[in-house]
Design a protein around this ligand. Structure first.
Ligand SMILES: Nc1nc2c(c(=O)[nH]1)N[C@H]1C(S)=C(S)[C@@H](COP(=O)(O)OP(=O)(O)OC[C@H]3O[C@@H](n4cnc5c(=O)[nH]c(N)nc54)[C@H](O)[C@@H]3O)O[C@H]1N2
Ligand SMILES: Nc1nc2c(c(=O)[nH]1)N[C@H]1C(S)=C(S)[C@@H](COP(=O)(O)OP(=O)(O)OC[C@H]3O[C@@H](n4cnc5c(=O)[nH]c(N)nc54)[C@H](O)[C@@H]3O)O[C@H]1N2
Ligand SMILES: [Mo]
Length: 765
């Protein structure tokens, strides 16, 4: 059983269509508007497109399922707050084509597993519940009732509730997520791994410990008012395009932008606002004032170099640190400084791979300004030392007093559109005791206090046959997780795998003995229930909760909402032993929100406040200098320099997103900004590194990672010479997840280290 690793079957001939052009520095602009519109028209009819464009990210409309970037509180573009990639996300979801029993009769699971992710994704929306019986080759239709019973029976047959794993991806709304974790806890386990474990978990861990809240502290308005914004380990031009509008506004107000990235990503360098026709013609705004081509995982060293220089200046000038802030609000300053002094500036700078000249440009901006915001994403969170990366950010901001005041603070830029909300309402394998107590008080059952499995633990448990049922509320588990071959086996070991999904994906094809596909409504579709069309809620990257309401008719009459699926399964599993009337919730989601208001902090008057056109802010201690940490203060921390080293032939590899994908959903085979067309199996390499290895442009190679004595291989990649620092290389996620070792993850947070995989590149004979 190795359905995810079909890479070996590919031959070099597959690559004949690859086209390479010069990478772009400008992003968005006219071309993106055209691309977005042509993308939508491939899948949707013009009336639906028009309806969507008008309602996307509008007050009272629906929340774009693309990313978690917030919408402006006040002025929003009348054409909808959209971006090219948001439009692509919605076009994927709202397409007219559906697949049902005919499709699954025609193609066996094995046949479908041989399709590429791109082909699988293009097959259409899932239209009916499907069941794969033990030993069967094809999925067959099943009624919703029978599907619920099947899940209930498998769950009730387990020796212990901890033998089930309940995954969540971050598109799930607050209402569905709250009910889901409630069901899982009443069932008796805390096995609630989620995509956040692979995403911003390291940010959550570092920020909770140092600032008392696992979320960022800034608002959009802060970004407009910042003097310096550092965007580090993030590619907003592709993954958070609307963020560029905020950076542009910051610049207009006199702010400076520092971009820290191994790659000169298009949006970081220049940006043309698609909603500004004048700019479209004039050619855009220069975004980064300083671009820092850092080596992969050179970030702790880079921050240490800044911290050391700041300390040196403080020692001579005496006015560099915000001493009043440090005295009143922080803890651990002395031991932090003592620890810092062990490090040597030159060594740190060298380890970061940054030149002194560029460093000095960055340093001057940090030294001379006190309203600093640091924004980051996966480039910082997916390393073994990811938590240290973020703790160093906090150290820097604390020294400058750059937290909890206008124009300053932390900005982890979230991925999935409601990944932050899911955690807020209880999707958490290690939820705080106070939350569990509230559940107990409200519902009268005692949730387990034992911590559940995170993604990494869940995979191990399935592999070791300690977990036997896998349930996924959204997402594409097998393609998203590390160590694909090992994880494949884990899922294959299960008695039952279940996926609540909008679209067919690889996780439906890497199954347990039995498998279910439960098709659900997407964000853009109207959710009809007994009390009318339902409104739901989401929380964006800046802690604003707002409503979302579908505008299109569902693509099939056999879809259920995620809320209805969860209620159905809870009812079929827990039956009379439940203390909760599960079926009531699905008729009226207001009832769910009344419960959330009682159980989750910050949701008082939820139903009423959700009607406010721009939604409402959740409380955020760090924003107002109330640090709810163990010490009651903001904590400095001491972090080691990472000690990884490359042997002569080795490169450090980051697995990144192309411009034409949403995580494991592949929209197309191009990466326009990076100048790569028609191919995803490529490895970006520094040209000097190619020369040193005698490797040629477009040569076909195999990639090999060796970690703790285990060798992992990925076959048939084409080399693209690129402007990337020496000894670094980049490939696309999920094609190279086979190379990411399961046991290489961030300490404390367990985020897979998928941005620092040590590999060798070998010519394909
Ligand atoms: N269109 C689109 N939008 C998306 C997504 C998508 O797939 N497509 N995914 C969503 C999700 S879930 C997420 S989490 C976000 C992801 O958003 P990003 O984090 O922007 O996504 P990645 O492609 O993983 O990019 C990481 C960036 O970090 C850089 N980088 C890698 N390693 C390092 C390092 O060691 N140091 C530094 N300083 N930089 C490094 C890479 O060059 C790259 O530019 O986007 C969300 N939005
Ligand atoms: N090597 C490597 N691995 C990574 C990463 C990386 O950078 N490198 N990034 C990691 C990150 S940041 C993340 S967040 C994870 C992503 O992991 P996941 O969240 O598991 O993956 P997605 O690709 O976002 O999930 C896509 C699927 O979700 C389903 N879906 C879409 N919309 C809905 C909906 O509204 N409801 C339901 N029920 N289903 C829906 C569709 O069936 C679709 O196929 O991957 C991680 N894996
Ligand atoms: Mo993510």
């Amino acid at each position: 059983m190795n359905k995810s690793s079909k890479d070996k079957a590919l031959t070099p001939e597959t690559f004949k269509n690859l086209k390479i052009t010069k990478p772009q520095t400008n992003s968005v602009g006219f071309k993106s508007v055209v691309t977005a519109i042509s993308q939508v028209s491939k899948y949707m009819n013009p009336v639906d497109t028009f309806k969507l464009a008008l309602k996307m990210n509008q007050k009272g409309g629906f929340d774009c399922p693309g990313c978690a970037w917030p919408d402006p509180d006040d002025e929003r573009s009348s054409l909808g707050e959209f971006c090219e990639n948001g439009i692509k996300a919605i076009a994927e979801e709202a397409q007219n084509k559906t697949i049902g029993p005919d499709f699954f009769t025609k193609y066996s699971v094995d046949e479908l597993a041989n399709w590429s992710d791109f082909e699988i994704g293009k097959s259409g929306r899932l239209a009916e519940p499907m069941f794969l019986a033990e030993g069967a080759t094809h999925y067959q239709p099943i009624s919703w009732d029978d599907a619920f019973k099947k899940v209930g029976q498998h769950l009730n047959d387990l020796n212990h509730p901890d033998e089930a794993v309940f995954y969540t991806s971050g598109r799930t709304t607050n209402e569905a997520a709250f009910l889901y974790q409630l069901f899982v806890r009443e069932f008796g386990t805390a096995n609630l791994p989620d995509c956040s474990n692979m995403c911003h978990e390291a940010s959550g861990s570092a920020l909770s410990e140092t600032l008392g809240i696992g979320k960022g502290s800034v608002t959009l308005d802060d970004l407009y008012k910042a003097e310096v914004v550092m965007v580090i380990g993030q590619n907003p031009g592709t993954n958070h395009p609307r963020m560029l509008t905020a950076l542009e506004k910051c610049k207009k107000n006199g702010g400076k932008i520092i971009a820290v990235n191994p790659l000169p990503e298009a949006g970081l360098i220049k940006f043309t606002n698609p909603q500004n026709p004048v700019k479209l013609l004039l050619g855009g705004t220069q975004i980064a004032d300083v671009f820092v081509p850092i080596t992969i995982n050179g970030d702790v060293a880079f921050f240490k170099a800044i911290l050391l220089k700041l300390l040196e200046k403080e020692d001579t000038l005496g006015n560099v640190f915000d001493k009043a802030f440090i005295t009143e609000f922080t803890q651990g300053y002395d031991s932090f400084i003592t620890d810092l002094k062990q490090y040597n500036f030159d060594e740190c700078l060298k380890a970061s791979g940054v030149s002194l000249e560029i460093f000095n440009d960055v340093f001057d901006l940090i030294l001379n300004n006190n309203k600093i915001i640091i924004c980051w994403a996966m480039g910082l969170t997916q390393h073994e030392n990811a938590v240290d990366n973020i703790r160093e950010i906090v150290n820097l901001l604390l020294l400058k007093g750059s937290i909890g005041k206008e124009g300053a603070g932390t900005c982890p830029v979230r991925g999935h559109s409601n990944v932050q909300g899911d955690r807020t309402v209880g999707i958490w394998e290690s939820a705080p005791q106070a939350f569990l107590d509230k559940i107990e008080n409200k519902y009268g059952f005692k949730p387990t206090t034992k911590h559940g499995y995170s993604v990494i633990d869940a995979i191990k448990a399935m592999y070791e046959k300690k977990a036997k049922v896998f349930f996924g509320l959204g997402g594409n588990f097998i393609s998203a997780v590390p160590d694909t071959r090992y994880s494949d086996q884990g899922l294959a070991n299960c008695n039952l795998t279940v996926h609540v999904s909008t679209k067919l994906n690889r996780s439906h094809l890497v199954t347990g003995k039995e498998a279910l596909i439960l098709p659900c409504l997407g964000r853009s579709e109207k959710d009809y229930q007994k009390t009318g069309v339902q409104v739901q809620s989401v929380e964006n990257s800046m802690g604003i909760v707002s409503s979302t309401k579908g505008v299109l008719e569902p693509c099939s009459k056999d879809l259920l909402s995620e809320v209805a699926v969860v209620c159905g399964i809870a009812n079929a599993t827990l039956k009379e032993r439940s203390k909760i009337n599960w079926l009531e919730y699905k008729d009226d989601y207001k009832l769910v929100r009344d419960d959330i208001a009682e159980v989750v902090d910050g949701f008082d008057d939820f139903n009423k406040r959700l009607k406010q056109p721009s939604g409402f802010y959740l409380p955020n201690g760090a924003r107002v200098r109330q640090f709810k940490t163990k010490t009651g203060k903001a904590n400095f921390s001491s972090n080691k320099l990472p000690d990884w080293e490359l042997k002569e032939e080795e490169l450090i590899m980051m697995t990144i997103r192309s411009h034409d994908q949403f995580n494991t959903t592949i929209y197309g085979l191009d990466d326009r900004y990076r100048g790569v067309f028609n191919e995803r199996r490529i490895v970006f390499m520094n040209r000097e590194d190619m020369k040193a290895r005698n490797l040629q442009e477009q040569q076909v190679v195999n990639l090999k990672s060796e970690y703790k004595g285990v060798i992992r291989e990925a076959y048939n990649f084409k080399i693209v010479g690129y402007d990337i620092p020496r000894n670094c290389c980049a490939t696309y996620f999920p094609e190279t997840n086979v190379l990411v070792p399961l046991d290489s993850f961030a300490h404390t947070a367990k985020t897979p280290a998928s941005k620092s995989v040590i590999i060798t590149v070998e010519a394909n004979q």
